[in-house]
Design a protein around this ligand. Structure first.
Ligand code: 5GP
Length: 117
């Protein structure tokens, strides 16, 4: 789980991605397999594998993801209608890439709860 992921390659521009935002701490790009009309991933450049690995030293980088999410939601024109921010953790959470990331999902009314009863 401490190994590099595909997201490190996106950060390094070793594989292409539709990047919509970048600064010194964060990157946001379109999900390759969107689940809604707008589906972006917001990631810290410094890799943290899962929420289980978060420490107090990560507060600034992770808090910054919300600032980026707010900014790109506005740019994408979905802020007023609304959107969902999701962070999956490990197998039961549905995490498939072990570089912590925030999904920004929008563009339609989203169902809740996100699992079958
Ligand atoms: P998770 O399932 O870990 O919460 O979310 C990982 C997300 O990364 C998935 O929604 C998946 O579609 C997306 N993803 C996986 N590989 C790539 C890739 O190479 N490029 C992009 N843009 N998205 C990816």
């Amino acid at each position: 789980m401490s190994d590099e992921t595909i997201f490190d390659k996106i950060i390094a521009r070793e594989i292409p991605a539709d990047i919509v935002y970048e600064d010194d701490r964060a990157l946001a790009f379109r999900d390759i397999n969107p689940t809604a009309p707008t589906h972006l991933l917001v990631i810290p450049k410094r890799r943290i594998a899962t929420v289980n690995d978060v420490t107090p030293e990560d507060e600034a980088d992770l808090g910054h993801l919300f600032v980026v999410a707010r900014e790109i939601a506005e740019r994408e024109g979905v802020a007023e209608d609304g959107y969902r921010l999701v962070v999956n953790c490990n197998a039961h959470g549905g995490q498939s890439v072990y570089h912590i990331h925030m999904h920004l999902i929008a563009g339609q009314a989203l169902g809740w709860p996100p699992f079958p009863r």
